[in-house]
Design a binder for this molecule. Sequence first.
Ligand code: BMA
Length: 316
Amino acid sequence: MTALNKTPPIIERYPGNPILTKDDIPYPVETVHNAGMTRYGDRIIMLFRSHLRTGRSIIGLAESEDGFNFTVSPEPFIVPSEDGVFAEYEASGVEDPRICCIDGEYLITYSVYSQHGVRIALAKTSDFKTVERVSIITQADMRNVVIFPEKFNGRYARLDRPHSEISPWSVWLSWSPDLIHWGDSQVVMKPVAYHWDESKIGPGATPIRTERGWLNIYHGVFETMDGAVYRLGVALHDLNNPVNIIGVSDEWILSPQDPWELTGYVHNVVFTCGAVEDDRGNVIIYWGGADTVMCAGTARLNDLVDLCLKKSRSPY
Ligand code: BMA
């Protein structure tokens, strides 16, 4: 039998994980997880989700110079609004933010919960001190919206993930002329039976431009007798038309392994809402461990792209 060589993990976990826990937060919270990430000047900004003791979530802000040691702001950054339409739809919490820098503005998409279901709100900031709500950009039920950081023929594009009772939850792509009105939606990627992500999938980090395509780091779910396991995978979208998927890795890139990923608020979960590149071809990927703490790890962008192209499964 030919010997199979073991290869090192594609993501090197930061040895100081978890990088942020509830003990680091200067106001009362029970968890720190599922953070949107961006570079802002010479710093890295993290917008993280925290559960309160009501079970509902708010969004806090932390910043770092090296991407691993973060200082948390004394006040939360986004809490449920008390004004107008946002108050109605954010009443039960704000969750899982993603950040997209485009045309010098930082767009934040986050899940908003209410008695009417879960929708996605769009807010923007230019200084990470103040935040302006723009619009609620989906109907119920939708989560995990990431906006591409470039326009395509004058239109914005986003990956989104509608809930459906008649087909497995899949990744779709929608277009907009103005960030408010979205349409022309098409399914681009679905869970496939007998794969690690066969139950449901959803967009994770804001897509990253590489020479060979847009790298989409997404989450996939597998149901077991012990409940769901959340893992991370990668797909590559065409640079000029991201509706077209060039390759989806058949292997996951990250699976729960450390104690704080295996147990916590929800066990067996690694879940990403953001990643940042450095100028040496690496990407730091950030993930929530067991919906309880924040973790980070580093991968070579080229390795992730290779995985999409050389060990592919069909998009659906
Ligand atoms: C998903 C979302 C995420 C969460 C994950 C694991 O459905 O609610 O916010 O991290 O489940 O519990």
